[in-house]
Structures are given as C-alpha cells and as structure tokens.
Design a protein around this ligand. Structure first.
Ligand code: PGA
Length: 251
C-alpha cells in the first residue's frame, strides 16, 4: 500500500512569528503519525520553519522552484537553495501559478527536472476549471496536463514524483469535490501514470486538493486512489491540519 501523504500549502500567508508558531504547534503534536506530513511555507520563512522542524518527522517543502540553476537569474530560488535550507518537497505547477504567473508546460518540465535532479520530491498539480468540468472536459484537461509534461522527464523521475489533483473550482471556495468525483479523476490519473511510467506508475502517490477540511477528509481518504491531500486554508490552523493528518493515519 502507498504511504499516505499530507502536505500543507501555506501560500503567501503569515509572518516569521506566525509561521514559527504554526510550525511549533505542529512539531509539539509529535510522533505517532502513519502518514508522511509536509509543510510548505513561503520562501522567506523556510529557514525559520526548518529550524523548528529539525529532528521532527515533519518534512519541509517549498511552493515553487526555479527552472534554472545557480547564476544570473534575478529573483529565482534554485533547487540547490531549497535543499540547502532543508526542503525535501516542492509544489510544482499549482493552478495559481499556472493562471496568475503564466507557467507553461515547458517551464514546468524544467522545474520538475531540476527538482528531481536535486533530490527533491515534486508535488505536481493538475486540475480543471469549472467551465472545463461543465463542458465535460475534465478528463481531457487533466490527462492533457500530465501528457504535456511527464513524458519529457527521465523515467527514474517517477520514483520521487507525487501528483496532486486540484480542481480549480474547489480551491479556496469551500466547495470540495465529492469523494466520487475525486476517485473518478484519480482513477483516470492512475491509468495515465501507469501508461507513461509502466514500472513506477502504480506507486506514485495521488493527493487530492481543494477545500479539504477535517470534516470531509475521512470520506476522501476512504477512496482507493486518494493517497493523501494537499491542504491550503485548513493547513494554516494547527488543529485542523493535525486533524486531517490524523484521519489520513487512521484511514
Ligand atoms: P484550499 O487550497 O485547501 O484552501 O482549497 C488548496 C491548494 O490550493 O493547494
């Protein structure tokens, strides 16, 4: 069975004090989780959170990564820098970055390749908009996002890859996908991964993201192809995030 994975995406929220307080609360909750737990603070707060999480079982992740190496790339944060501050994971291709910062498929290939080469585990996000779902295009959009990027990676990249299905209409809206909707799309993704990566495809963890809460997490985690969650808003409250981690451990 694939180990469950819960990742908290703190987005562009918080201060050094509030991020430290949140990390301290999570660290204090301690061991005993069967699920792998990751938090992704804003870049500038990675060092402070990294120090607090050192020696705990909670992993550190970033929300974005440069598709370039070290050098004259003003404003970019390279894979090597993320590793240097203690990151183990990085979110790549979040819908907010695709939509607001025009991240192209080509740029996402570079980011994923850099992440994998540096030893990071990328959480690659895919998902359809409401208009696309209503036009019955969810399957072609999601599979198209996988097809446009993943075949360009080395097959070995599949060993560290994580996929997050995040329907855009569910992100930050309070309108989560039903367990049936999530399972249906995860089934399509699983089949596509097995065809792109015949050896590793069935082992790649598939997270669901979009208004995950302590209340809806158990039904999502009961789905056979939902291996965990990428959590935005609810990851900013220690109590809620810990409750989601708890239901992943007991599912
Ligand atoms: P949300 O965000 O849980 O606030 O909907 C999820 C995400 O964007 O990763």
């Amino acid at each position: 069975m694939r180990k469950r994975l819960i990742a908290g995406n703190w987005k562009s929220n918080g201060s050094s004090a509030s991020c430290a307080a949140l990390a301290t609360a999570l660290a204090a909750a301690g061991k005993g989780r069967d699920a792998e737990v990751v938090v992704c603070p804003p870049f500038v707060f990675l060092p402070v959170v990294s120090q607090i999480l050192a020696g705990t079982e909670i992993h550190l992740g970033a929300q974005n990564i440069s598709g370039f190496g070290i050098g004259a790339f003003t404003g970019e944060v390279s894979a090597e820098m993320l590793v240097d501050v203690g990151c183990r994971y990085v979110i790549v291709g979040h819908s907010e970055r695709r939509a607001l910062f025009a991240e192209s498929d080509g740029a996402l290939v570079s980011k994923l390749a850099r992440a994998v080469a540096a030893g990071l585990r990328p959480i690659f996000c895919v998902g359809e908009t409401l208009a696309q779902r209503e036009a019955d295009e969810a399957r072609s959009v999601v599979c198209g996002q996988l097809d446009a990027v993943l075949p360009h990676l080395e097959p070995a990249a599949a060993k560290s890859l994580v996929i997050a299905y995040e329907p855009v209409w569910a992100i930050g809206t309070g309108q989560t996908a039903s367990a049936e909707q999530a399972q249906e799309v995860h089934g399509w993704i699983r089949a596509r991964l097995e065809s792109i990566f015949p050896e590793q495809g069935r082992r790649i963890p598939l997270l669901y993201g979009g208004s995950v809460t302590p209340a809806n997490a158990p039904s999502l985690f009961a789905c056979p192809d939902v291996d965990g969650a990428l959590v935005g808003g609810a990851s900013l409250k220690a109590e809620d995030f810990l409750a989601i981690c708890q239901s992943a451990s007991s599912a």
